[in-house]
Design a binder for this molecule. Sequence first.
Ligand code: NAD
Length: 274
Amino acid sequence: HLESAPRGSRLKGKVCIITGVGSLKGIGRASALLFAHEGAQHLYLIDFDETNLPNLKSTIEGKYPDVKVTALQADASDEAAIVGVCKQALQEEGRLDVFFANAGIATALPIDSVTPEAFMNTLRINTLSCFLAVKYGSAAMAKTNPSRGKEYSGGSIILTASVAGIRSGAGSVDYSASKAAVNSLAQVAPNQLTKTDIRVNSVCPGLIETGMTSNTFDYARARGTAGKLGQLNPMGRYAVPEEIANVALFLASDDSSYVNGQNWAVDGGLTSTL
Ligand code: NAD
């Protein structure tokens, strides 16, 4: 839909970090394109798989020449990498306005097959990455509007959780636990980031066709049952990544300037039925 939609300005002047942008069908890529469409000043785009980063960078730069893009191959759960990108944004742009911590992995194992190592790995990638975004993103944001004083800075941190973190859902116990912890982070962080305009929220997608779920969709298509994948949802369908990106855009923009500490289910009403 971005092909025909007029350019917007909801992120004009904003410096944004987005993690987990490397999947061609993912939420991160859809969000990067939407943030560029809405006039973001500089996008720092991170994925630990570098395969599709050059394509994303050239696609954005080709279509939106006014948007600066820095694509970085890095692990979103690596402290030094996150400290580094926050520092780079401050050095190059003097500000950080948005940190969309979206990188994550899905797991699907029965509980007796989840080793302690596997459990901790899921928590590292899905949860620690969000903690680092809150910790170092907020510190960078606190330096963003020096004229207002350190205590009254602004910015938006958005964490991708899941409906699996609200109620029991698809995937393994480690996945659900990691996403519940992300929701908790979004709820408690505002209590520490007091007297600032730095906001923290999570988005909790339901089932979406992305790189992460492609096996599920391919399997169902091969059996002619893909249509059934959305049937448990009150809306009778699953989502597309752009529907999550739209909510991330709202949370990133000043339209949500008094929205803080909330877990935003973007699930077609699924959790309302549980
Ligand atoms: P995706 O697999 O298409 O994209 C995820 C991207 O994150 C990939 O490019 C991957 O390389 C990257 N990534 C993974 N771990 C990383 C790390 N440690 N550092 C840097 N990059 C990393 O999947 P998606 O569905 O777009 O996933 C985005 C987020 O949405 C994830 O947090 C996922 O848990 C969440 N989510 C997805 C669904 C769904 O149905 N697809 C539902 C609920 C929540």
